[in-house]
Ligand binder design. Structure first.
Ligand code: NAD
Length: 468
């Protein structure tokens, strides 16, 4: 029996032994996630930094550990209310019966996570699943081996294997993992692997949540204040050197604003990441493969006619020390360029122009539905049009990324950017079975619909048809 199968059996047995963990048990598990992050912050920061090459401690503390803390605290604050069963109205024809929805754990949940935020994207789904009373088996990414090994050790230190356990490995282990008969499988990663997960899960009819990627647009309205837009746009694009699923992937801007935008982006980079190649606040590209992939995207765009602007603050050439890739703008991009076909996942920002809002909306809708969308500027009518006439997993207006951090907003994709959502109560419900319960009292009128069918039945049904 593999380690994976053994842990799966242990978790199935643990769930069978406690199918409805109490509030105190669940709360204790959430507390332990928080304690794990707090007590091992320095080790987690160091492991991620080593896996990336350079990853500033502040980015890890904000985008990983703080986000997990926000998730834990929000869940803890609302857990009692979330766990409660809900009374729902009962129609007149079932009177005086009572109806309610019981919130019940699903059982054993599998979580597969990616490398780009290796702690947050592993632990936040686990927080939701544990809050909902499930056992969690986690498979983090093989591309962050130190962080994944540390997560395994820490999970073993803070949790019984039946509560939360980690198995490590690459696509082979991932494939075996996705074939297990989990009660729910939660996957964060690429659309290509997401398809494989959905196929494997379909064999067992395992329900899946797929948190995928895609090309998230940033739409700049003609009236936007470009000096205010640039730093906010760049914050979203350059956090983790663009290796963020919800990073703005490309910009749509009116032609006459593009020069100003390029100038302001230069200023914003100089202010935030002067000399990115040497700057300890600027993250490395995760590995050689991704570095070469990004370089090839730039070269393909250059060959096909895009203007390449390397934004270095001091105008120095692009540097690749510690796999640092300078922020790079591509102007005059065309659909035929690879950069406009695939998710970038790096510090390259194509800037495309549009003439009218109708055209911008049509261009966004011509692509697969993105995970996120950003809009800068525009009056309320323009915003309403863009919000209602385009489809994206989530939106931040006049900034980037922040919708992700509000636990009261569901987070997830739509179409090719994902299936299902989590964060806050939406995450709790992802890992919860909402069981319908109807309680029939001793005195009930439904006997009137029983056979033998005749006048009584017809009279009652005709009355019911009127009052239904
Ligand atoms: P990936 O799809 O290559 O890998 C994700 C996980 O799946 C890893 O743990 C990997 O080992 C595992 N895996 C790989 N092949 C598998 C298989 N055949 N069967 C089962 N598991 C398998 O993704 P990645 O490169 O780690 O992450 C980058 C992608 O993730 C980007 O597309 C990004 O947009 C997306 N992403 C999405 C979100 C979100 O919240 N929607 C967040 C972060 C990243």
């Amino acid at each position: 029996m593999s380690d994976l199968q053994r842990l799966f059996s242990v978790q199935c047995a643990a769930f069978a032994a406690d199918r409805n963990p109490s509030y105190a048990t669940r709360r204790g598990r959430l507390d332990r996630i928080e304690a794990l992050c707090d007590a091992h912050e320095a080790e987690l920061v160091e492991a991620i930094a080593q896996d990336f090459g350079v990853r500033p401690a502040q980015e890890t503390r904000l985008a990983e550990l703080f986000m997990v803390r926000v998730g834990v605290r929000h869940a803890r604050r609302h857990l009692r209310a979330w766990m409660r069963s809900r009374a729902v109205p009962t129609p007149l024809y079932l009177w005086p019966g009572k109806s309610r929805v019981l919130r019940q754990p699903l059982g054993v949940v599998g979580v597969i996570s990616p490398w780009n935020y290796p702690v947050q994207l592993a632990l936040l789904p686990a927080v939701a699943a544990l809050a909902a009373g499930n056992c969690v088996l986690l498979k983090p990414s093989e591309l962050t081996p130190r962080t994944s090994a540390l997560l395994k050790d820490l999970a073993a230190q803070y949790f019984a294997p039946g509560e939360l356990a980690v198995v490590n490995g690459g696509p082979d282990v991932g494939t075996e993992f996705s074939r297990l008969p989990f009660d729910h499988l939660f996957f964060t990663g690429s659309t290509a692997v997401g398809r494989k997960i959905a196929r494997a899960a379909a064999e067992k009819l395992t329900p899946v949540t797929l948190e995928l990627g895609g090309k998230s647009p940033a739409l700049i309205h003609s009236d936007a204040d470009i000096a205010a837009v640039a730093p906010r746009l760049l914050t979203g694009k350059l956090l983790n050197a663009g290796q963020t699923c919800i990073a703005p992937d490309y910009v749509l801007a009116p032609e006459h604003r593009i020069d100003a935008l390029v100038t302001e982006i230069g200023k914003a980079v100089a202010a935030m990441y002067p000399m990115p190649g040497d700057n300890p606040d600027y993250t490395s590209i995760i590995n050689e493969h991704h570095y070469s992939r990004l370089t090839a995207l730039i070269e393909d765009a250059r060959r096909k006619g895009a203007k390449v602007v390397v934004v270095d603050g001091d105008g120095a050439p692009q540097m690749d020390r510690a796999r640092k890739m300078s922020p790079t703008l591509l102007i005059g991009v065309k659909e035929a360029m690879a950069i406009m076909q695939e998710e970038i996942f790096g510090p390259i920002l194509p800037i495309d122009s549009y003439a009218t809002l109708d055209e911008a909306i049509a261009r966004i809708n011509a692509r697969p539905r993105p995970l996120s969308m950003y809009m800068f500027g525009g009056d309320s009518a323009a915003r309403k049009r863009v919000l209602c006439e385009t489809t994206a997993g989530g939106v931040t207006i006049d900034d980037t990324l922040w919708h992700f951090s509000n636990e009261s907003l569901p987070f997830g994709g739509v179409g090719l950017s994902g299936i299902g959502a989590y964060h806050g109560e939406r995450g709790f419900l992802t890992f919860t079975h909402q069981k319908a319960v109807f309680v029939q009292p001793r005195f009930a009128l439904t006997w009137m619909l029983r056979p033998p069918y005749g006048r009584r039945f017809e009279t009652v049904l005709s009355i019911l048809k009127k009052i239904a």
